[in-house]
Every structure is written in C-alpha cells, then in structure tokens.
Design a binder for this molecule. Sequence first.
Ligand code: G6P
Length: 612
Amino acid sequence: MCGIVAYIGNKPAYPIIIEGLKRLEYRGYDSAGLTILNGDLVTVKKKGKVSNLEEESLLNNVDGTLGIGHTRWATHGKPDDINAHPHNSGNNRISLIHNGIIENYAVLKKALERIGHTFISETDTEVLAHLIEEYQTRDNLSLTDAVRSALERAVGAYAIVVIDKNDPNIMVGARKSSPLVLGVGEDEYFLASDASPIIKYTNKVIYLNDEDIVTVHRDGTYEIKNLQNQVQNHAVQELDLKLEELEREGYEHFMLKEIYQQPTTIKESMRGRINSEEGWVVLGGMTPFIKRIMNAKRIIFAACGTSWHSALVAEYLIEELARIPVEVEYASELRYRNPIISEKDVVVAISQSGETADTLAAIELAKEKGALVYGIVNVVGSSISRITDCGSYIHAGPEIGVASTKAFTSQLTVLTLMAINLGHLRGTINSDYFHQLIIALENIPAKVEKVLQQNDLIKFIAGELKDMMNALYLGRGYNFPVALEGALKLKEISYIHAEGYPAAEMKHGPIALIDENMPVIFIATNKSAYDKIISNIQEVKARKAVVISIVTEGDVKIKEMSDYCIEIPETEEPLTPLLSVIPLQLLSYHIALMRGCDVDQPRNLAKSVTVE
Ligand code: G6P
C-alpha cells in the first residue's frame, strides 16, 4: 500500500526514482509523484499510473542528485494530482512522502491552522510536512530533530522520507508499522518500501525497525536513532535477489509468469525440507520449538485474503494428519475481539508480503498473551519475518501480480510439510501413509506442469464465460477453500461477482440464485464425498446452471454431467488443492484479459496492505 523510494548520491536521482516507482507500482497505483532537489524543490504529481508522471516530469527540470518518489493507494482524499505525494510544507522548504495513516491528523491540522498554516490537500500526510516546518522554524531545529519532534506527536502508522531545500546533503527517513529499507551503495543511499527499487544498485540493505529515524548524509555516512534519540545499530544484510526476478521475462503479465512459475516455486518451497528416498520431512524453523508445537493445545492461524484461504486448507491438513485442534482467524477480527489465547497455543501467521498491518497486529496480540508465534512468509526480511518467534519462508520469489497465485501454492506446500511432519512425529499417521504423502508431494511440480498444459482448453472455457455477471464456486473438504480462492481470483481481476461456498451449504441460500445465467464451477476431485458432490451437481443442473467441473483425470461420471470439464492428475486427497487451484487461476486470468481488465493492477486493490 503506497510505495516510497528516495535517493541521495552522485548520480542523477530522477531516473532512479522513476524506475523505482515502476517497480513499486504494484503497491498502489492511483497516483504518483516525486520531488527532485534542484536548487529548489521541483515537485511533480500526477493522477494515475507512473507512466503519466513520467510524461509530466519531462516538462520539468528534474536534474538533481537528491530525490523522493511515491506511488499512492488513496486512504484520505480522492486520487488526484493535489492529494498525490510528495507533500510540501507551506514555506516550500520541506518535501515529504508517506506510507501509512496519521490517525490524529485532524487534531494536528486544526492546531496548525490556528497558528497560520494553510493546507491544500485532503490528505492526512500533509500535516507532517507542516508540523516539521513548524518545529524547524519555531525551535530552529535540524531536519532530523524536527522530524523527531513531529513524529512524537503523530499517532498512527508511517514510513516517511523527508528532504529539506536548505540542506541538500541529507535525507531523513523514519518508520512505524510501515516498512522502510535503507539500501547501502557505493557513495549512494536509497530508502524504499522494499528492496525492489534498490537491488539494481546494491544488495546491501538495512531493515529499519519501528520508531527508527535514519539520517543519511551525502558524504557516505548515516546514523540511526530511535524516537528517544538513542543510537541504534543494525547489521547490514546481503540480499539474495536477482533483478530478473522482478521482470516479466517475456510473459504478457506478471500474473501469467507467476502462474507458470509454480512447478518451480513449489519445488523451491520443498527444497531441503523433504526426501522420500531417505524418508524424512523437516521444517528447520520448527526444530528449535518442536516440543512446544507438537504439544500445542491449539494452533491458531491468523491471515488475510489469499493467505487466509491457505490457512483454511491448513485446518483440514493439520486436524486430519496431526490431530491438533486448529482455528482459522481473519487477522483483522482476531486483533479486536479479545480472543482467548494462552502460552499453550501456537499462533501461525501466514503472509505473502510479511507486511499486512492486521496480521502484524494479530501477532503482537498473540505475543502479549504468551503464545509462540510462527510465521509463514514470502518476503525475506519483512516485518512479520522479523517479529515472529520462529517460522519458515516459502521461497516463492517476488510476487508482483496483485492477485496472489504462486504464493498460495507455496504456502500450501509449506503447510503440507508442517502437517506431515507433525503427524509423523505425533504418530497420528502411520509410516506407510507418511511415505505415500511425501512421494506424492515430491511429484506435485510435474503434475502442476500437466495442468498448465491445458491452458488452451481453459482459455476456450474462459471465452464461453467471459460475459457472465456472477459465478458460484463450490467445493467440499480440502476443495472448499479452493472454491473461495477461485471466486476471489475472479472478483479481484475481472470484477465479476463471484462467491465460493461449501457445495452442500449451497442449499441454504445460494441455490436461490441459480438459473441458466449462473455458471457454477465445481471443484470435484474428492475421493471422499464423491457421491455427495455428484448429487450437488445434479441439484444445480436441475436448475439449468452451466456447470464447469474440475475433476480427477479419467473421471467419466462428472465429465458427462458437466458442460465443460478440466482434468487434473490424481494425487493424495490432502494435496489436491495444489493442483485444483491452477485451472481456476488461469480461468480468471483469461476472463479478465478478455474483458479488457488490468490483470496485474486491478482497480482499488494493492499488493501489500500496510494500513488496517
Ligand atoms: C492483499 C493482496 C492479496 C493478499 C492479501 C494478504 O489483499 O491483494 O493478494 O492475499 O493482501 O496479504 P499477505 O501479504 O499478508 O499475504
């Protein structure tokens, strides 16, 4: 949610900022802006995509070696040129970019207006620029001290970068509950929401902590202090991230690339964690805490969006294979409902970005209540990976398409490893079944490859469905969460209303919606409850719905009953979500494309939701 990037060094800042914004655009894309210090503050802001900003910038003199840039996902104030960041102070001395929400901005704004400040935008952010100006001029403070004083009064979440027209040799950054990374190059420094705009120039980064304020000097030094003005020492970390991982690499969209990467990314999620020949499964992150996890009274999952769907699959996996009671919670609900959590519980937070504000807050709460907190995260070095007690990376590599695809299957892979490992250690699965499962899991990437080979068929079905107004996704057992995920994918990128439901539960409401205009997508690969799902298909057919079914290879019965059918290879039932979700991802992709939607950057959404 909002991407920020800043540069100080010897090179022209503008190309670095504009390219950085393009890399960060997946975080928010309703408007963008930048300020380059060129004697004066040259601020350019434009509604819409970064490409609009680029055109507008050509009309300005954006030479200079210090600059800040921002791509916005609007919270306070509509997306337009004025509300776009950067925001400058009234005396046009300070320019500031911000990711987060200043919750007490209204009070601060009133106080500042009373002493003569005039605001031009509807944003919460503008108060920070004015407040910093006020401290600078009234108390004659340095930029860093003025930022500190301003932040002492701010309530809410922020990652900010501030520059001062009168001090072209420094930039100041600060964070609280929103991410900020310092890139350490040769005589140059970067500040950004994540490493994607930095990696082209340096792989050395420092992840700032909450309430850190960093002052970066052009002469090649920096100091980090906290809000209490105490010096903070953070290690420089080396990133293992390649530039091409951030490119489309010949694919028309990031989403398509990420769907096609899944045979590889699933393998990456398993690498070094499973060996069917030697017969073991291990998640290094669990090892130091294994007794506590094995003996947990409950495992509580906290997540949002697609990650929450992974957690639902985990409930089926862990309860069936490891016989530990599981609860699945929306992080946003868990954090505000005074839940009963004790030190006997293990809370597992699942997050692709590792930055989702609600998930972070749920973790804080779980820690306060004494639970062990385990993180299942994709982005290395992200906030969730740093505040959890232990955890496992899913190693899916950067996911840039806003609709999550490869992160979902990698999360499922790690969760399956977790469930099998726990089941084996607790003796709740016998060794034959244990072996069967790990062999089946190792075979999944090749089977995903086979599903992807059906792209032409899926594209054809997409053509038949592209004009629908609504869709219903139904599944049972392990495939109920897949139905939810399939519906979410369609909603997110094609703007078609879709609902996921447990197939049997359909009778308690959604069946009223069914007629010849309501396509129903059945995920019907289950061996258990096979006859039940056949009955559900019949109930739907009797009401004239068009039926699209995802079935196991060789299934004749359901194929005959369906208008369209996609086959997936046979596997162990707990692993079917890893295969059955793939055609649903492709179906949404093709439908969205045929409807002319922006697949990678769907309206109103953002990849990393750093506000609650
Ligand atoms: C946003 C993204 C979704 C994602 C959700 C949770 O809504 O658009 O794709 O599933 O946030 O994000 P997380 O990074 O915590 O998995």
